[in-house]
Design a protein around this ligand. Structure first.
Ligand code: GTP
Ligand code: MG
Length: 457
């Protein structure tokens, strides 16, 4: 596919680097995607859809849709049948479902319910993992990046177990668990009482991308997440002589060392100003229409604006997380342009950004531009998507709130630079030793009536 890629790299790399991407079909499959639970499966599906809209679904070796729920499995199968009817890409992807579904409707949000069936469930998961391994041998390479969409509901601990099995099967792969922090009382209660501690063990040492369960528009949030991840996967951040194929993996390996266990994502979607449209008839329907823009300043200021907007709280996929400004940051800009239009637009935008103070604010920032036209429902409007991934340090405010069951009052950031990811037990610390939490008031402790009247001789 003759799509052009342009990279603008901080001030020190003022020269734009241009690379012609080779035929996408020749890129060997190197991704494994795992969705756990109903929401996780939905997110994994959306990611695959985005990848096929980029003609890059062939990069996925295996998709695991792990939801012990007959309705979900049937839905996924129906959707896949439909899309395989039209898309040639992705046909080589292995698709796996749980074979053992002890309860047809899932675990009813109870994360302990799986324990009655743990033995056979684990055997089924072992079987899934060995099929993933077999297929990776068939593809001739171990997966470079494994994306796992997980949550805090009925399938939570099973997801953690599956994560461990995958990690053991592919110790050298870059694994990205994408967590969805709960926002409803049932899930928060379970997280507090049970799930968080399980995850401290099961996900120990991972760097997780944090998102928050949406209370407004889950569909839109899932789409932003999928669009961002797919955009990163087809970007080209690596050096030309880097043998890495998974570009998301390149990004993650750059960001993870700077993180305290978490990564954050911000995504902005903006309508493109269209001056001209034309068709590119040689390609499947989702690539047929392009917005082409003349060489006016409107677009570059709009672009600069959208990039700055990734700093807004509203753009963050998780609430209340902070980032060190000198940490590495990576931005992907996906534009619904014809490949030939991309380079002039990107150079102009890079120049405008250079003049704004963005590279002073983020001294270690990479920006990649690429072409992508995603189908957002039936809307014919072309959109640009800007996504930023960044490492997070210190306290996760929303987690403190969930585990404490009340709003955190002190400003976060006091404990920045601390390792707070799973395995550190940072958020599990007792009340006295956690500086963010108020000290325990001994005077309010209820006295044991019985003890008062007992005299020890
Ligand atoms: N973002 C998003 N959230 C969803 C979606 N479907 C359900 N949720 C929310 O995700 C939370 C977890 O629900 P599920 O994903 O069904 O949990 P599960 O792991 O499948 O657990 P059980 O269904 O209890 O076995 C719920 O609060 C839902 O509101 C979705 O498609 N996208
Ligand atoms: Mg479910």
């Amino acid at each position: 596919m003759p799509s052009t890629f342009v990279r603008a790299r901080s001030r020190n790399h003022r020269l734009l680097h241009t690379a012609k991407r080779g035929a996408v079909e020749s890129t060997p499959p190197t991704l494994v995607v795992v969705g756990v639970g109903t929401a996780g499966v939905r997110r994994a599906m959306l990611f695959s859809e985005r990848m096929s809209e980029l003609s890059a679904a062939g990069r996925i070796q295996t998709s695991v849709y792990y939801d012990c729920n007959e309705v979900t499995v049937a839905n996924v199968q129906k959707t896949l049948q439909k899309s395989f009817g039209t898309a040639r890409t992705g046909a080589g992807t292995q698709v796996l479902f749980p074979n053992y579904v002890p309860v047809p409707n899932g675990f009813m949000r109870d994360p302990t319910r799986f324990r009655d069936f743990r033995g056979p469930l684990e055997r089924d998961m072992d079987n899934i993992v060995s099929q993933v391994m077999l297929h990776s041998e068939r593809c001739g390479r171990v997966p470079e990046t494994i994306i796992e969409f997980m949550g805090f509901s009925g399938h939570a601990v099973l997801g953690g177990l599956l994560h461990q099995k995958m990690q053991n099967a592919f110790p050298n792969s870059t694994v990205l668990p994408v967590m969805m922090l709960p926002k409803d009382h049932v899930a928060e209660e379970w997280t507090r009482r049970y799930i968080w501690e399980q995850y401290e063990n099961l996900l120990s040492g991972s760097n997780c991308l944090v998102t928050t369960q949406s209370d407004v528009n889950a569909r839109e949030d899932d789409a932003r997440l999928a669009t961002g991840l797919a955009g990163f996967e087809v970007a080209e951040f690596g050096d030309e002589d880097d043998p890495a194929i998974s570009q998301l993996g390149v990004t993650l390996r750059r960001l993870m060392p700077a993180s305290g266990g978490w990564l954050g994502m911000a995504a902005v979607k903006r309508k493109m100003p269209v001056t001209r449209k034309f068709e590119w008839l040689n390609f499947p329907p989702w690539w047929r229409q392009y917005a082409a823009v003349g060489p006016d300043d409107d677009l570059s200021s709009l672009l600069g604006n959208a990039i700055w907007s990734t700093l807004d709280p509203a753009a963050q996929l998780a609430e209340g997380i902070n980032q060190p400004p000198n940490a590495p940051q990576e931005i992907v800009v996906s534009l619904p342009l014809h490949g030939d239009e991309l380079e002039p637009v990107a150079s102009q935008a890079a120049e405008a950004l250079d003049q704004s103070s963005i590279f002073d604010r983020f001294t270690n920032l990479d920006i990649a531009f690429n072409t992508a036209r995603f189908t957002d429902g039936i809307e014919p409007e072309p959109y640009m998507h800007v996504t930023r991934i960044y490492p997070v340090n210190g306290e996760l405010q929303s987690v403190t709130e969930i585990l404490r069951g009340e709003r955190a009052t002190l400003p976060y950031g006091a404990t920045a630079m601390a390792e707070t990811g799973f395995g550190s037990y940072f958020h599990m610390r007792d009340q006295v030793s956690n500086p963010v939490l108020p000290p325990v008031d001994d005077a309010t402790e209820i006295e044991d009536d019985g003890q008062q009247h007992v005299r020890y001789i």
